[in-house]
Design a binder for this molecule. Structure first.
Ligand code: HEM
Length: 181
């Protein structure tokens, strides 16, 4: 009996995407600090653990392509961006996102060593990564035309964009207050 690798690849990619959405949106909510301290603590835990599991599922999704029974990828194709025979650009966006995720985690663990300024700069890569991975999933995925997948992509992007706008408005209001004080 052979493993249903293609189904597993798709399920792992979508799980990683959903967990990334949970991590980014709880991170944005946490940084807005609108919630009570206890809820904020929970948001931070959700942000970190969902991010971790998103990375693990993303890695699993990529590695499964190596043992895929229908169209296997080489390790070079999986880990060196833009080297795949099929859709090099869209596959490359997946590989780059995976690298960004690893970078985010390393920088988080080495926060004390790299310093808050460098950590902040690296952390800002998370938002462009959401755009890269959404393009990758939507344009490459077999499931993208299904109603539930459209709802998943559209609602996650709309929620992240709304939270980002709220955060930017709060920062603007805060700087205005400091200038006028
Ligand atoms: C964190 C990293 C990654 C995430 C979150 C991710 C996410 C996704 C998502 C959501 C899909 C759509 C699945 C579907 O509609 O069924 C997808 C498809 C795909 N991804 Fe990734 N991906 C990542 C990394 C990679 C890497 C490194 C590669 C290899 C170069 C890759 C290759 C593919 C391929 C070939 C498909 C098409 C599968 C299909 O036909 O549905 N992905 N990915």
């Amino acid at each position: 009996m052979s493993l249903p690798t293609w189904e597993l690849i798709r399920a792992a990619g979508l799980t990683s995407y959903f967990l990334l959405f949970v991590s980014v949106s709880s991170g944005l909510l946490f940084s807005i600090k609108a919630a009570k301290p206890k809820t904020n603590q929970l948001l931070q835990v959700a942000h970190q653990s969902a991010g971790w599991f998103s990375l693990l599922f993303g890695l699993f999704h990529g590695l499964l392509l190596y043992i895929d029974t229908y169209k296997p990828y080489s390790l070079v194709e999986i880990f060196i961006p833009f080297t795949t025979k099929d859709e090099p650009l869209l596959n490359g966006l997946g590989t780059i996102s995976l690298f960004i995720m690893v970078l985010l985690f390393i920088s988080g663990d080495l926060m004390k060593k790299v310093g808050a300024k460098v950590w902040k700069k690296i952390h800002r890569l998370a938002l462009p990564m959401v755009i890269l991975i959404s393009t990758h999933g939507i344009m490459l995925g077999t499931d993208s035309s299904n109603g539930w997948a459209i709802v998943l992509y559209a609602s996650s992007l709309a929620i992240i964009l709304s939270l980002l706008i709220v955060k930017l408005l709060l920062i603007k209001a805060k700087t205005k207050k400091v200038i006028s004080a």
